[in-house]
Design a protein around this ligand. Sequence first.
Ligand code: GLU
Length: 581
Amino acid sequence: MSDADIQPVVTRFAPSPSGALHVGGARTALFNWAFARKHRGRFILRIEDTDQARSSAQSTRGIIDDMIWLGIDWDEGPDPETDDPYPIESQLGDAGPYFQSQRLDIYRAHLQKLIDSGRAYECFKTKDELDADRAAAKAKKRDYRYDPTDMLNASDAQKQAWRDEGRPSVWRFRAPGKDITVHDEVLGEVTVTAAQLDDLIIFKADGFPTYHFAVVVDDALMGVTHVIRGQEHLNNAPKHVALMEALGFDRPKFAHLPLIFNPDGSKMSKRDKAKAARHLFDQIPQSERDAFIEDAIWFSTVGTPDDEKDARHVEITGRLEMFLDKRSDDLFIAILLAQRLKANLPEIDVMDFRENGYLPEVLVNYLALLGWNPGENHERFDQTFLAHEFSLERVGKSNAKFDRDKLRAFNADSIREQLSMDNFESKVRDLVKLKPQYQKYVDVLSDQFSNFTAQYQVRSVTVEDPYVQGAFFVADDDAIVFDDKAVKKVLHKNDGEGLTWLAKFHDELTKLEPWTGEAAHSLIKTFCETNEIGMGKVAQPLRVAISGGTVTPPIDATLEILGRNRTLQRIARCIKVCANP
Ligand code: GLU
């Protein structure tokens, strides 16, 4: 039987907008997209925003933008082209609205069906009562199970009394009292016994449905034929099937995707950033920690109005303490620590990869390999290949490993082999929109910017690399720090031979006309031939003078990009600063 013996195929990606789109979510979106495209079906983007406290419009926007950036398009859902994705009229598809917060009437109507058929009941148990039940089970060394007896037996008058008292209530689904087996397309049969199925809460006290209820209603009403999602939801599948049966819905097919792990064997998660930041902090010698913390707190209050500074100081101190004690994974604090330590946190969210200069087509290619086997000799491929070849049969059962080095190698290859020079340049330029600190390069390098990116294209692993490796181009001439080792080896060795050539060449260079890479090349060549020395004898001292170190693009191009005045000024300064000891 093929993956798609039900036609037409409808899949969905159903993120909760409570944070950024992370690697695992993007992989789920991609596999749903690929499966729908392969079977010429439809792919839905549904925003699961019933958790009002944790959902935000900003996260929704971020998820939509990240999916657009990745090139994962959807047939139904929020309109990707509009700034405001919420208005129902602008959403794509006939089964909307596609924001769960806009579907409350639909969920209420389905709750009513369950009430009418005796499968849902109102539960007034307070938190204290539930805690007491839990404690009692623990004392008897028994697994806790919710006991519905009191609520099922409560009279209407009693319920009214509770309501009058102002007790909040939730709605629960009466479990079916039988084992439920789900056939998973990847993992095979999964059974949950009757005893393991509790009476699920399906409507919360705030009047919103829970995830379990909304997902079941929506998948059915939107005609979803294949539910493809991460293995963390495997345990939910039997609960969902029980609900589907009670509501008279058809069962979709299920496919649960392998979890994604870090190379060290830990599960890849949003918490990795916090973990990495704490690890960085642990490297700081004990004696320097208090000062470091003071500095970090001070830094975080920069820009706060004077009359709010004290309060901010107290707030950040508290948050930092919680964070270092592992009582929170506060992302703000993690980033603050990393910034002060000039270190990078691991990339987890799609936005991290965007900001750090990965190409979307490379990330898509890499994500596709996380749990899917494209077959022999296929490692590098594009989205068209994926849309033709994707199948659930080739999704693995075991954990996938996120190998950042491999992703970096893919990215470097693509930058070198797939991008035209113009294309690379515009990607480097575009990064300024995400990292405004790089605007300086565009301003300072001005009409040499294309030359700059062209020189770095073959040397770059990411689109950000020209900025990182080429920082010396935009540094103040007086701020170049000469690397000790480089100075010794290139300038001071053999009685300061390097310095001597540098000074002689400097005089020639002042006469260079026009100031182009080509002219510089001939000048160096002639100079070296005349003096019977290798080109390196001039090129290396020049590199140290210009950049402080020994690594730059080809020296002729480097001179052209830097320009006459700055080059000559840097050489003169180097001769002075690095004069033989
Ligand atoms: N909103 C759920 C999540 O983000 C969707 C799970 C599902 O696909 O059923 O995890």
